[in-house]
Structure formats: structure tokens, C-alpha cells
Ligand binder design. Structure first.
Ligand code: TRP
Length: 331
């Protein structure tokens, strides 16, 4: 019998924002009630791009955990753990790297996209290989479901290939995971860019204050063709309309669409409605966050307990892997 196990994670490179919420946090919160759930703080993967500033990762680690807890990830249901503190993941990465070709890695579209400026020759070994390490993140606990954004699909495909190859070369020890893609479209940035991202400055952080939400929405791009309220708008190119779709009911979004295209609802009124909706979404998160932020020891305990749990599972899998690969020399 296969019991489902969920694993996801985030690079620890900064606070989380609404794009993370729509793309995967929301999904994780729902899944934790149904399945055993693991949430990985990918600090080693963050090092692939931030190895010159490891101190930043240390700082972001607690912020990301606070974001998780704020968004509703419940430590009683989900195991939150630190990648670098489960050395078995690094061990598995090395073993997998023996049978993954460089050719396979260099064609990974997400790696290509993320390294646009550098050619393969200039790419760091750890960066080129991070999808192999991600396969270890997923397989150490034999996860069956991996809720992620669609940019992660190539990594999931690689993981499945690695599992099949491992099981065929040695013994059928590892489990092939399935990606679970959010049915919400990727959230656009406040500047209309296809992706909300902190580095572009077009993100609304999950810990935004009332003033920050209002400011970001006020400044957000809208349909440039609308100068006067009575000009008919084009909601499909407006990030604000995308937010109405993501954070409000179908009926409410339909009403916005109608008012915008008919030129009866102006951008100011439309923006004030989404500001209120976001405030309503973020207020309970802000409160939960403050509750945990006031108890740093409790947060540390959550991370340590989760990591210990993940580690004991990793040790078990690693024993099976060693046996399958005849690496268990002394019994
Ligand atoms: N690469 C993922 C991202 O950038 C983060 C990640 C690391 C991850 N390890 C994982 C996601 C394992 C899912 C499963 O968002």
C-alpha cells in the first residue's frame, strides 16, 4: 500500500509574497489536513546563487518560517525542516550524480532560464546540478506528491528519471513522485510583469502592513489605455484584475470585469476594492506572524523538531539505499 506523502520547499532567499501564496502555500495549507506533509527550507539550494552571502540565508531562514506559520502551515500537521541539517540529502545527491549526465542537466529549461546570462562553461557546478540535489530533497522521504509552480516541472521530471534509473540499476527502494500544479495561474507582479518577484520590486509581501498594501496597489500598473473612468478598460492586461480573480469570488471578479469593460467602474474604485480584499486576507496572517515572532524559542523548537523528524526518515532511507548499492560493508 502506498501512503501519500507531500513534500515541498522554498529557496531561503527572502520573505515570501502573494505569488508564493497563490502558487503553492495555499495548496500546502489545504494538503496538510489530508496528508503527511514535509516543508523544506532549501538553504543549500539558496547557496547555489548566494554562496557569497551565507549570512543572508541565515537571516531569511526564520523569516520564511514565520511566513509559513503566518500563512497557516501548522507545525502539528507539517514537518518544517532545514535542508543542510539533513546530511543524508547531500549524500544522496552525490550518489545520484554518478548516473545523471551533464547533457541532461544543461537542457533543463528552468536552469537555462535562471542562468540566462552565463554560458554552460561559466556555470557553477553546484548550480548546474541543483536539480539533482532537489531530487534528493524529494526522494529521501519517499514523497509521492510535490505541490509546486509549473517552473518546477523539469525538476520533477528529472526526479522521476533518477528514481526509475536507481530502482532499475540497484533495487526498487525509491518512489516516483507526482507534481501537483496549482490550478491558479501564476500571479503577475504589480508592474504587470508575468512573475511576481521580490528582486523586481513588484511583489506584495505576506507580512505587508495596511499602509504597504495600499501603497503597492495605488502604485500598481493598470490598463494604460484608460485615461478617463469612462474609457472602456481591458481587464485581461491589468494586474489588478488578475488580483480580483485570485483573491475574490468568481462573481465579484465578474462584476469588476463588467464595470471595467463598460467604463462604469474607474480604476480608483476597483483598486480600493482589491486593497480591502487583500487587507482581509493578510490581517489574520499578520496576527499569527506577530504571535510566533514574539516567541522565537518556540519557532526554533518547531524547526529543530521538524528537522529531527526528517532526519530519522532520511537515515532509514539511506540505510536502504546503501544496502541496495552494496555500500553496507560492515553489516
Ligand atoms: N526549487 C524550488 C523553488 O525554487 C525550491 C525547492 C527546493 C523545492 N527543493 C525542493 C521545491 C523540493 C519542491 C521540492 O521554488
Amino acid at each position: 500500500m502506498i501512503t501519500e506523502r507531500v513534500l515541498t520547499g522554498d529557496r531561503v532567499t527572502g520573505k515570501l509574497h502573494l505569488g508564493h501564496y497563490v502558487g503553492s502555500l495555499q495548496n500546502r495549507v489545504a494538503l496538510q489536513d489530508q496528508y503527511e506533509t514535509f516543508v523544506l527550507l532549501a538553504d543549500i539550494q539558496a547557496l547555489t546563487t548566494h554562496f557569497e552571502q551565507p549570512g543572508l540565508i541565515r537571516h531569511h531562514l526564520r523569516e520564511v518560517v514565520l511566513d509559513y506559520l503566518a500563512a497557516g502551515i501548522d507545525p502539528a500537521k507539517s514537518t518544517i525542516f532545514v535542508q543542510s541539517m539533513v546530511p543524508e540529502i547531500a549524500e544522496l545527491t552525490v550518489l545520484f550524480s554518478m548516473f545523471v549526465t551533464v547533457n541532461l542537466l544543461r537542457h533543463n529549461p528552468t536552469v537555462k532560464e535562471e542562468s540566462k546570462s552565463s554560458s554552460l562553461d561559466e556555470m557553477y557546478y553546484g548550480f548546474l546540478g541543483y536539480p539533482v540535489s532537489q531530487a534528493a530533497d524529494i526522494t529521501f522521504c519517499k514523497a509521492t506528491i510535490v505541490p509546486v509552480g509549473d517552473d518546477q516541472l523539469p525538476h520533477l521530471e528529472l526526479t522521476r528519471k533518477i528514481v526509475r534509473r536507481f530502482n532499475e540499476l540497484y533495487q526498487p527502494v525509491l518512489v516516483e513522485p507526482q507534481a501537483l500544479i496549482s490550478d491558479m495561474p501564476r500571479l503577475v507582479g504589480t508592474d504587470g510583469n508575468a512573475k511576481m518577484s521580490k528582486s523586481r520590486g513588484n511583489a506584495i509581501a505576506l507580512d505587508s502592513s495596511t499602509e504597504e498594501i495600499a501603497f503597492k496597489i495605488k502604485r500598481a500598473t493598470t490598463d494604460p489605455a484608460r485615461v478617463h473612468k469612462t474609457d472602456p478598460g481591458h481587464p485581461d492586461i491589468c494586474p489588478i484584475y488578475a488580483y480580483h480573480c485570485a483573491f475574490r469570488s468568481k462573481d465579484e471578479a465578474a462584476e469588476i470585469r463588467e464595470g471595467c469593460t463598460a467604463g462604469t467602474m474607474g480604476c480608483v474604485a476597483c483598486k480600493s476594492q482589491i486593497t480591502a480584499a487583500l487587507e482581509e486576507l493578510i490581517t489574520p496572517m499578520r496576527e499569527r506572524r506577530a504571535g510566533y515572532a514574539a516567541k522565537p524559542q518556540l519557532v526554533d523548537e518547531i524547526i529543530m523538531t521538524g528537522t529531527e523528524r526528517a532526519r530519522s526518515i532520511a537515515r532509514q532511507t539511506m540505510n536502504e539505499v546503501r544496502e541496495a548499492m552494496s555500500l553496507n560493508y560492515f553489516g
